[in-house]
Ligand binder design. Structure first.
Ligand code: HEM
Length: 505
């Protein structure tokens, strides 16, 4: 018997790899179809064979908000869609967001974060597991209120330069994006790396071009998944363009790190002791922590600094631009901000202190309301390492869950008349008891935005500086078709605002 068996095995042996391959495919397909069966119980548009919901999906970035809105209104809270064989669970309510964002079990970023990895490596935004945990703990103190205070000086200086540029631009309507974008780049370069590149005076064009190239490539790869295939990416010539931009950006950060390290070695522990720098940058804090025994390699420090550069300028520039646009179309809101600024600053022409900013409550509610209506980060996602339950539906391990704050912020159960712009919603008495996951511009839970205090301080510093000087007026009213979803919320066409000096009125 044993002999027959051994002959049989010998006869079959050339086919064993093929058999193993076929069994593996069968198991994989079985597993896939099992997952698909579970996912199909979640409400969502009916899928087409092979294509999934591809034909229902937006055809360009300008259609994303209106198409997603229609779908989320049809399937409120949670919805299942698929693009070919890739399944997504889209979350559009606070109750659906909480079990995933609020849990320490679901910290892994979704597949959509792949395109940023060549630039950011495994910095805070993209890393997971022990690395993320250790780095988050290490970096959190750098965003403490007291540590952020000296950055206000940078923000005020950059706001001053912005106001001068806006004055020089005259009183006609201008596209406000590039002005704000240069200002936020100046802020993040100086605060993250301690380097003043002076984008607002037109210098650093090579750095800006490299940033833009990387932004475009990441955006393109998110929209056209086939570009994520290395061979196709290389064949179409994009790899060369990416390498050139990355080489520039990485070398720049590395050279700044080398310079700052040398200063530290020479015993100049704080930049106030150095002749060339007056302020502590995030980079100095990372280097000091490395010096104090925390194990951060130069490459890890580079990844974190580049992560701040990536996360810290497009987001704030989107937030500030949309806020100015919204204020410019709401004269009554603007009047209240002007009254508040005049009262808090009481005729002083000095830049605001942290206490002054703290007193600008109405401005803060307006900025928050603007990020409710126009959230700068339009989607973020998680891949579930284990199964979860969302609104009573099973979501199997391996699924990508996508959060869509635009609709989470428009749930009429938490936000009455949600399309109306009304800063008073953020008054403490009206905010009390509101669902903690109903407002998610900075996400929430363990992987929320580490830079949110910094971002709010910057938005307040910049917008207060502009509104102390000008009355702003938007050329058009808000409508959803003007939203263009790129890495952050951009506009479809220019955001035209005019800046009328208040001293001339
Ligand atoms: C208005 C401005 C900003 C908005 C709306 C915003 C929004 C967000 C959101 C939604 C996330 C979560 C992303 C996810 O789950 O994948 C996030 C994460 C993050 N943000 Fe921000 N952000 C802003 C400004 C900043 C600034 C100024 C910095 C740094 C200086 C920053 C640094 C980060 C980092 C490092 C993470 C990853 C945190 C982690 O995973 O532990 N952000 N941000």
């Amino acid at each position: 018997m044993a002999l027959i068996l051994s002959h049989l095995i010998e006869a079959c042996s050339p086919y064993i790899p093929v058999l193993i391959f076929l069994v593996a495919i069968a198991v994989l397909l079985g597993d896939r179809s099992q997952r698909t069966r579970i996912l199909r119980k979640i409400p969502g548009p009916p899928a087409y064979p092979l294509l999934g919901n591809l034909p229902d999906m937006p055809r360009n970035t300008r259609e994303i908000v209106p198409v997603m809105r229609r779908l989320c209104e049809r399937f409120p809270g949670v919805m299942h869609t698929s693009l070919g064989s890739i399944h997504y669970v889209v979350v559009s309510s606070a109750e659906a967001a909480e079990p995933v964002l609020g849990s320490k079990r679901f910290l892994d970023k979704g597949i959509d974060y792949g395109p940023v990895r060549p630039w950011l490596g495994l910095g805070l935004l993209t890393s997971t597991g022990d690395k993320w945990h250790t780095h988050r703990k290490l970096i959190t103190p750098a965003f403490h209120f007291a540590v952020l205070e000296p950055y206000l000086e940078v923000m005020n200086e950059c706001s001053g330069a912005l106001v001068r540029r806006l004055r020089a631009a005259g009183t006609g309507f201008i596209n406000v994006w590039p002005f704000i974008s240069d200002a936020t780049l100046d802020v993040i370069c100086e605060t993250a790396m301690g380097v003043n590149l002076s984008f607002q005076s037109g210098s650093a064009s090579e750095y800006k071009a490299a940033l833009q190239t990387m932004g475009n490539i990441i955006h393109m790869k998110s929209l056209r998944p086939w570009l994520r295939n290395d061979s196709i990416f290389w064949l179409l010539g994009w790899k060369h363009t990416q390498d050139k931009a990355l080489n520039f950006l990485h070398s720049f950060t590395q050279s700044v790190i080398r310079e700052r390290k040398m200063l530290l070695k020479e015993g100049m522990n704080t930049p106030s002791e150095t002749p060339s720098r007056k302020r502590l940058a995030f980079l100095d804090l990372l280097l000091s922590s490395a010096k104090n025994g925390a194990l951060l390699t130069d490459e890890e420090i580079r990844e974190e600094v580049d992560t701040f550069m990536f996360e810290g300028h497009d987001t704030t520039s989107s937030g500030i631009t949309w806020a100015l646009f919204n204020i410019g179309r709401m004269p009554e809101v603007q009047r209240k901000i002007h009254d508040e600024l005049d009262e808090v600053m009481a005729g002083r022409d000095t830049p605001p202190t942290r206490d002054d900013l703290a007193q600008m409550k109405y401005l803060e509610w307006t900025i928050k309301e603007s990020m409710r209506v126009c959230p700068p980060v339009t989607t973020y996602s998680r891949t579930l390492p284990e199964a979860a339950q969302i609104l009573g539906y099973d979501v199997p391990a391996g699924t990508d869950v996508l959060f869509f704050p635009h609709m989470i912020h428009r749930d009429p159960r938490h936000w009455a008349d949600p399309d109306r712009f009304e800063p008073e919603r953020f008054q403490p008495e009206r905010s009390a008891g509101r669902h903690p996951y109903s407002y998610l511009p900075f996400s929430a839970g363990p992987r929320n935005c580490i830079g949110q205090r910094f971002a709010l301080m910057e938005e307040k510093a910049v917008i207060s500086a502009v509104l102390r000087e000008f009355r702003v007026e938007s050329r058009r009213q808000y409508d959803e078709s003007m939203m263009n979803v790129c890495l952050t919320l951009q506009s479809n066409g220019p955001v035209e605002v005019r800046f009328v000096p208040r001293d001339r009125e």
